[in-house]
Each structure stands twice: as C-alpha cells, then as structure tokens.
Design a protein around this ligand. Structure first.
Ligand code: ATP
Ligand code: SF4
Length: 326
C-alpha cells in the first residue's frame, strides 16, 4: 500500500451542459501519501476545484464522474469512493476521513446561525444521535488549539474578523480529525498578515496530528511553497508535472510550468534571475480541447508529434512530467 492515503487513478470528470461535455478532469492520476502536503497549482479554469470534488467524490450535476477510480486507504482497508452512494459518503467519509476547507469561509458557515448551531447541524449528518455537550466541548477545545477563542462558537460568523472566520471554518472542518484535508484557496480573500496566520494554522494541523495529509489548492506558488513538499501543476484538465517543491522551483521541466513560474508578478528570487516571461495565448475551451498536447497552441517548444499524440506522465527520477521533450 506504500503509506497511501488517497489515490486517484485515470479519473475523468466532465460537466455536461446541453449535451456538451466540458472535459474538466481528463485522465488524471494522483497519489496522496501519509504525512504529505501536496500543493496543486494552475491557472483559473485548469480543473483544480473539479479535482478537489473528484478526490472527495462530491459529484453533483452538471458534473459527472465518467470513469476512473478514487481509493481511500483506511486502517488496512481500501475503500473505492467512486462506488459509494452519496448519502453514505456524507455519513461515513466526509468530515471523518476526508474534509475540505472551502474557498469562501463566509459561505461555509450559515450566516444566520451561531457557529455552534452550524457545528451541530454538520454533526447530525454524521451521527444518528448526537450528544450536544460533548460536541460543544470538543469544538471549544479545537477552536483553542487553532488559536480562536472558545467563546467564538457562540457568535454569528459576521461577528468575527476574516481571519478568525477562516480559522473557525478550519476548526469545524477538522473537528472529527479527518486524515486527509483539502484546503481550496484558503487564503485568497485575506490580507497578507492574515494569510500568514491562516497558513500557519494549516501547517499546525499536520504538526499536531489533527490531520495526516493536506492538498493545498492555490494560484499562488509563493504561498504554496511555504507549506507543501510536493507540487502538482495542472493545465486544461490534466496534470502536466508532479515534483518535489524545491526541485520544480529550481528547474521546472514542463514548458507550462516554466511559463507559470516565470510569469508571476513577484517571482521567487531564484526565478527572478531567469527573467519574467509571459505565456502567449489563453487556455483552451475545455468543450473543444486541442488534440495532442493541450498546451501545444501556446508552446514555443512544440514538435510535430505534440499536435497529434497526447503526452502521458513519464517518471524522471523522483519527478513526473507529461511532455514529449522528455
Ligand atoms: P479557479 O481557479 O478559477 O477556481 P479551477 O482551476 O478550480 O479554476 P475548475 O473550477 O475546476 O477550475 O473548472 C474547470 C473547467 O470546468 C473550466 O473550464 C470551467 O469553466 C468548467 N466548469 C467549472 N464548473 C462548472 C459548472 N458548474 N458548469 C460547467 N462548467 C464548469
Ligand atoms: Fe510543448 Fe510538446 Fe511538451 Fe506539449 S508535449 S509542452 S507542446 S513540447
């Protein structure tokens, strides 16, 4: 089993809109191992949020899981999440085994309810019977562990600052100690100092053993570099590169990764030396993705084969890259 926590194999998940297929996740495979923080980056529309929903098997119309396998490894058992009905996922998997800090903290908590009542609602989806005092005590402890006053659970979300609210969402998402946590752009709406605080909170979750592994989704390489050991780069519904973080910053292999690293406004110091570069063109419409390599219309290194055949992820030492140059 090789200490895997979650494994996605050849997953395809498409949005079906008026009989058209938007190929948002197309033959994607990814391993998440115990103890690992994996960063997932890519431009807007590259499929990051859809991959998040695939990892959780939170598949709702118009999204459809076309094929592939999503396996959760738990206490020596392999659970094929893609074969489990939604009600069972809701009851036995989400919150307990896998969990998510969603993009918008404000919407994650019911604005009209005190936080404690939102917590009790969530717990009712997991347990037939709940012991209110036990849950409230547990929530108070988790809030304090995460650096939020325990009294915050008796407040309404709008009474808390942005950073406190985001940390309250983190506390709720991790209340049952899920082994695998996805953080979907958890710092994007926050100012720089609050971002740092929230990032530290997420780092502490693993250090304190509250969660085992984390997938951190973001546009921002500088942010993810502070927390993840492995970086996954997505382009147009596919993973194009997977690499240890420092190696990819030092030497990106895929032409898209190079573009992504060299085009940021405030590049990392190592990247700055190589100069800023803008990737021409725009990502494709995923209803009609280009044949061959999906990046070929924008790639200055393209070969004839790139327009016809699709590059698969190839292992190069401890890295993986999907490009015919390798
Ligand atoms: P962002 O960083 O902007 O959140 P993303 O990388 O998370 O983007 P997704 O949101 O997963 O990308 O979108 C992948 C593709 O699926 C895009 O082409 C997007 O337009 C499409 N898509 C996303 N949600 C829907 C939907 N509900 N209906 C139809 N198409 C959708
Ligand atoms: Fe460029 Fe070809 Fe590599 Fe795609 S496969 S990134 S088009 S060189």
């Amino acid at each position: 089993m090789n200490n895997l926590i979650l494994q996605v194999e050849n997953a395809r998940a498409y949005y079906i809109v008026e009989n058209n297929y938007i190929r948002a996740i197309d033959d994607v495979s990814l391993d998440i191992r115990e103890g690992e923080v994996v960063g997932i980056v890519g431009e807007s529309g590259s499929g990051k949020t859809t991959l998040t929903n695939v990892m959780l098997m939170n598949i709702k119309k118009p999204l459809s899981f076309i094929d592939g396998k999503v396996s959760l490894f738990s206490n020596g058992r392999v659970i094929e999440l893609n074969k489990i009905p939604r009600e069972e996922l809701q009851k036995n998997i989400w919150g307990k085994e896998t969990s998510i800090i969603p993009q918008s903290a404000m919407n994650a908590l019911m604005p009209t309810k005190r936080i404690k009542d939102s917590i009790l609602d969530v717990m009712k989806t997991h347990f037939e019977e709940i012991h209110e005092k036990e849950i409230i005590d547990k929530a108070k402890t988790r809030f304090e562990e995460i650096g939020v006053s325990k009294d915050a659970i008796f407040r309404y979300p709008f009474e808390l600052s942005g950073g406190m609210r985001q940390r309250a969402v983190i506390a709720v998402a991790t209340l049952l100690n899920p082994r695998f946590l996805i953080a979907d752009e958890p710092t994007s709406a926050l100012d720089v100092s609050t971002q740092k605080m929230v990032l530290k909170t997420i780092q502490n979750l693993r250090e304190k053993g509250i969660v085992k592994s984390i997938a951190f989704i973001t546009h921002d390489i500088a942010t993810v570099r502070q927390i993840a050991e492995t970086l996954v780069v997505m382009y147009a519904g596919k993973i194009v590169e997977i690499s240890p973080m420092e190696e990819i910053i030092r030497e990106p292999l895929h032409p898209y990764t190079k573009g992504l690293l060299y085009s940021v406004v405030t590049p990392e110091p190592e990247v700055k030396k190589r100069g800023v570069y803008h990737i021409p063109g725009a990502p494709p419409n995923l209803m009609y993705p280009p044949p061959g390599c999906r990046f070929h219309p924008r790639c200055k290194y393209k070969l004839d084969i790139c327009k016809k055949d699709e590059p698969k992820l190839k292992i190069i030492n401890n890295r993986k890259v999907a490009c015919f140059l390798y």
